[in-house]
Write a protein that binds this ligand. Sequence first.
Ligand SMILES: [Zn+2]
Length: 398
Amino acid sequence: MAKKEQEGSERMQGAETSCNQARHQMWRVLWSLNVNHKIKIFIWKRLKDVVPVKELIYRRLMKGDPICSGCGEDVETLEHMLLECNRVKEIWKLAPVQWDGIQDVTRNSEVAGSSLPGCCWERDCWPNQQHPSDPGSKGLTAQPVAPRGAAPHAGRAWNITTWWTALSEAKHRVQGMEHIALTAYILWQIWKCRNNRKFNNKVQEPMQVINKAWNAWMEFNNGVKEARKCSISKTTVPPQTNGQEVRQNLENRPRGMHIRIATSWNKETKFIGYGIIAANSRGQDVIGWKMRERASESQLQQRVEGVKWALIKAAEQRWRLVCIEVPGKDLLQQIQGSKTANMWIATLINDIRELSTMFYKCSFCLGKYNRNDLSCLFSAQALSNYHDLEWVNPNLLY
Ligand SMILES: [Zn+2]
């Protein structure tokens, strides 16, 4: 009897470990996806179940009507909105990636990459279009043609997290990461389509949604290629300050990577440039990014967004110990909870707190503003870049 109990408990522990491993892998796959950082945040939020779909609003606030405004038939849960709604199924039918029956896989405890249902990348289905990883791909102009296959079907013993966890197993396949990346773009466009219908009364055709997802994905891929071509040595980097000042600053410095964030704003173009620099515990700048975004409402909001992008970059690098140098005392106080923020900023700060739990240790401290800092230089340069650029300190490669 005791032996049986022990076996049972071992089995339970084994199942828990494999479940944790699958979740761990799910996050790893998400952060390493070759997609825009906004898409990563979008998927992350869905997996954290913090999206205000009608069912959630109704359940939490007892407000409104939980029925999907797309089909008018079912309750709008996250799964319904992204996968099960009849309108959404029409979109998935046209998608060049198919995950038929993946819900069935998620019902089984054994989730193996080889047993995943038919995600297909039918080159024949996209006759005029080369895959973005193919050399010489032109990509953006050709229109997709519907492949065979069916949309994801209904099932109750699964949710978006188990669905995405199972789908993450496809990373082991040839072009698996690309299938997942495109899937992320499709989900993003489905969400945008739903919001357009709900808030602007605009209805989009399924093929329009797929085309938008495909084009956004292709555009990102082409941007990445261009960014790779852009020589790192073209970036003029001021010599790092050495000597006493650095040594003093390094005293009491927490271990791990230290990330600095700077923002530059162009009033005319209404764009904001982010410069993000990560330094190691010896104070050496290791890697950096120049990112350009549409400027948000307030400067505070822009800085909060900057902290969010810094955390995403740290997750992509798989760093475990991270210290974020927050630009601005007020923002730091709000992140640390000693000062209250307005509702909109509070939502963003909540994201930051949630994201910070991905690391073994993530701390926040006050960043010192120095307009000669590399992060400031990068943020100004980012304004003239169309695509995000990554910079790796060439002096540290040897
Ligand atoms: Zn519906």
